[in-house]
Design a protein around this ligand. Structure first.
Ligand code: 5U1
Length: 681
């Protein structure tokens, strides 16, 4: 642990003492950078770090003769006078061969085993970051140059901008630093940093970036280093240009570079045999969406440098390394047509019908365009070439249109004036992004989506009643409202297309089983506008019965924790609508019965209005149980700490949330404090 040094920066005018203080501050700041960026183990909260930098800046401002170029305050320098210079790499930056399948990776491994005449190879596996490749030259341990990959032989000298990236050390650590060291790696922008940057640019009315890689590249190419300094760029190193003065395996080189203060991805592994490589690929792919940076695959490299030399190169790609690519998350295709889809509440969503394209591991034919404002903002038109993105389980979306590829003028697309499903009028309420169909449950599309929601897992949980079947049931006029589901018999169902007798009777049994349902689920299933699962449970706990809720005035509704005036108004209006009351009565008539929560009616609202955040592991109960117990007493439990948080409840090994609480002056409770809150002590 580092000792924080508390000295008054202005108290001692003696320059030797001030020089000493400056030196100690620089060492301490460098150490914090090392712990944060290389060890991923920060020793102090950001506020303390900022305080140290602030003190150093003040001292240096008062004593400019003591400023040195490698001081952590000297990251932002002057603009390069004539733009970026093109310079030749002393040692070319290589490119990598690609493998897109396990078979291609096995072939790569087989080739190496044949040449080296070995049974099994040792590799180093690393994530392949989707950023900007860079070469950093250190002379006598000081950062001397940063040059982009360019075409591999020449690149742009962007030293003044690279210096502003805090994870790039200006000075290397420790003894035994080679006189000249050239390290290679990737400059990238974290996804969270990218999202924050785009929010900031949008607010300022400036052009946003389409993805983190473009943002990293654009930020690194700013002519004003002050602007680059303002961008959340990071650096990970993946190797050195030569092994001069370094160990003789790739893994040991990376370890050595880390000791010198150069950040290396924490996901790097030394692995033996091709099966281990494929497992690594599968593991990183499964975690891809949870990482805070974009990667487009993993890289395998022979670990032993002698073996690397023996394998050599083909053209400019090493035969000892390969990139095993992930399915692309963005692809180019043609937008054939824009259609609208009508949702449960009547909201119209424009959907792009696409030339089928393989992206994110599946063939995509439809992608969302969100709403008319998005279509206008992106200027997307039928016939455009578009970039489609599909990441993880997220619905595919049209990222942008390639306007430069339009060969002729394409007409602007407009929302239809009438619902394409039922012909009712389409309206757009003031301040709302969405257009809506005014047909209500007359509209078959709204009816279908409402039934889908009713049957869904977190609502009535009717197994086997999916979209296709609901479409068929509504189309055949067998079901108009939720209660109709309970009137279906196996014989009728078996008459539907692609419905076997067995499946029909299973479905009837599943529908019947859903008759007994907790009140919260039923309230959620009804699809009351604005009422999600959490609010539905709050309402169930507070009122204890559907009748009580249906009778409640807006004021009574607003008295429920977390129900604001808008939601209260929507709930009130929902139960004043005769059609909705008829649906509820009809459900009762077909035997749907709800159970009130045990703690319902008058509820324990002792903690109403309070917001808590749980962090670390609790010894007395799992976090999920603590959350439920707090919510049962009317409290709100959230995942992030803000000034509005009432208290953070910290168990063992608390994460950054505890630091955030301390930074914001939010109260911190331990398990005893939690027990007191719950009234268990
Ligand atoms: N992680 C990683 N990315 N990447 C890119 N390692 C790595 N190595 C590369 C490249 C172009 O080339 C070396 C094999 C020289």
């Amino acid at each position: 642990m580092l000792a924080a040094v508390a000295e008054d920066p202005m108290a001692k005018p003696d320059t030797t003492e001030i020089a000493g203080r400056i030196e100690r501050l620089r060492r301490e700041i460098d150490e914090h950078n090392y712990r944060y960026f290389v060890l991923d183990d920060p020793a102090v909260p950001d506020a303390e770090y900022d305080r140290l930098v602030g003190e150093l800046e003040k001292l240096e401002a008062a004593h400019p003769q003591l400023v040195t170029p490698d001081s952590p305050t000297q990251r932002v320098g002057a603009k390069p006078a004539a733009g970026f210079e093109t310079v030749a790499h002393d040692i070319p930056m290589l490119s990598l061969g690609n493998a897109f399948s396990a078979e291609e990776v096995r072939e790569f491994d087989r080739r190496i085993r044949d040449v080296l005449d070995r049974e099994e190879n040792c590799y180093v596996a690393e994530p392949k970051l989707d950023g900007v490749a860079i070469s950093l030259r250190y002379e006598d341990g000081r950062l001397a140059a940063g040059v982009t990959r360019g075409d591999g032989r020449t690149g742009e000298e962007v030293t003044s901008n690279v210096r502003t990236i805090r994870s790039v050390p200006l000075k290397l650590r420790g003894p035994g630093i080679p006189g000249r060291l050239e390290v290679r790696g990737e400059i990238f922008m974290t996804r969270s940093g990218f999202a924050a940057l785009n929010r900031r640019l949008e607010k300022a009315g400036q052009k946003t970036f389409v993805n983190p890689r473009n943002a990293a590249s654009g930020s690194l190419r700013q002519l004003d280093p002050g602007l680059t300094a303002d961008r959340p760029l990071r650096f990970f190193c993946y190797g050195a240009a030569t092994s001069d003065g370094l160990p003789d395996t790739h893994m040991a080189i990376l370890e050595r570079l880390k000791e010198m203060g150069i950040p290396v991805s924490p996901e790097v592994r030394r692995l033996t045999g091709v099966d281990a490589l494929l497992e690594y690929h599968a593991d990183i792919l499964s975690r891809r969406d949870g990482l805070d940076y974009d990667i487009d695959g993993v890289v395998y490299k022979l670990d032993d440098l002698d073996q690397q030399r023996e394998m050599g190169f083909v053209s400019r790609a090493p035969r000892w390394a390969i990139a095993h690519k992930f399915p692309a998350q963005e692809e180019l295709t043609t937008l054939r047509e824009i259609q609208v889809q009508v949702g449960r509440t009547g909201a119209l969503t424009p959907v792009a019908r696409l030339e089928p394209v393989f992206v994110g591991g599946v063939t995509v034919t439809n992608a969302t365009l969100h709403n008319i404002d998005e279509i206008r903002r992106k200027d997307v038109r039928e016939g455009d070439q578009v970039i489609v993105r599909r990441a993880g389980d997220v619905i595919p979306e049209v990222v942008r249109a390639l306007h430069e590829r339009r060969r002729k003028e394409l007409p602007e697309w407009n929302m239809p004036a009438e619902c394409p499903e039922c012909g009712s009028r389409v309206v757009r309420e003031a301040d709302q992004a969405a257009h809506r169909c005014t047909g209500g449950l007359v509209c078959p599309a709204q009816r279908k989506r409402a039934l889908e929601h009713f049957a869904s897992r977190n609502a009535m949980d009717i197994e086997g009643l999916g979209t296709r079947l609901i479409d068929q049931l509504v189309q055949a006029d067998l079901v108009a409202s939720p209660a109709d589901l309970y009137r279906l018999d196996a014989e009728t169902l078996a008459g539907l297309e692609r419905m076997a007798e067995k499946s029909a009777s299973n479905l009837v049994a599943a529908i019947a089983a859903s008759r007994e349902v907790p009140l919260g689920r039923l309230l959620f299933a009804l699809g009351i506008p604005e009422v999600g699962e959490v609010s539905a449970n709050q309402l169930a706990r507070h009122f204890g019965s559907l009748e009580g809720l249906a009778r409640a005035t807006s004021e009574e509704l607003e008295a429920v924790p977390d129900i604001g005036p808008i939601m209260a108004g929507k709930i009130h209006a929902f139960f004043r609508e005769p059609h909705n009351r008829a649906v509820v009565e009809d459900l009762q008539a077909v035997g749907v019965q709800w159970q009130a929560p045990e703690d319902a009616g008058g509820g324990d609202d002792r903690l109403a209005g309070n917001t808590y955040v749980l962090t670390g592991s609790l010894s007395s109960m799992p976090r999920s149980e603590a959350k439920a117990a707090l919510e049962a007493r009317g409290a709100k439990v959230t995942g992030s700490v803000s000034k509005k948080t009432t208290a953070v409840i910290a168990g063992d090994d608390p994460g950054s949330k505890l630091e955030k609480a301390r930074e914001l002056g939010v109260e911190v409770l331990d398990e005893t404090g939690l027990a007191e809150l719950l009234g268990e002590d």
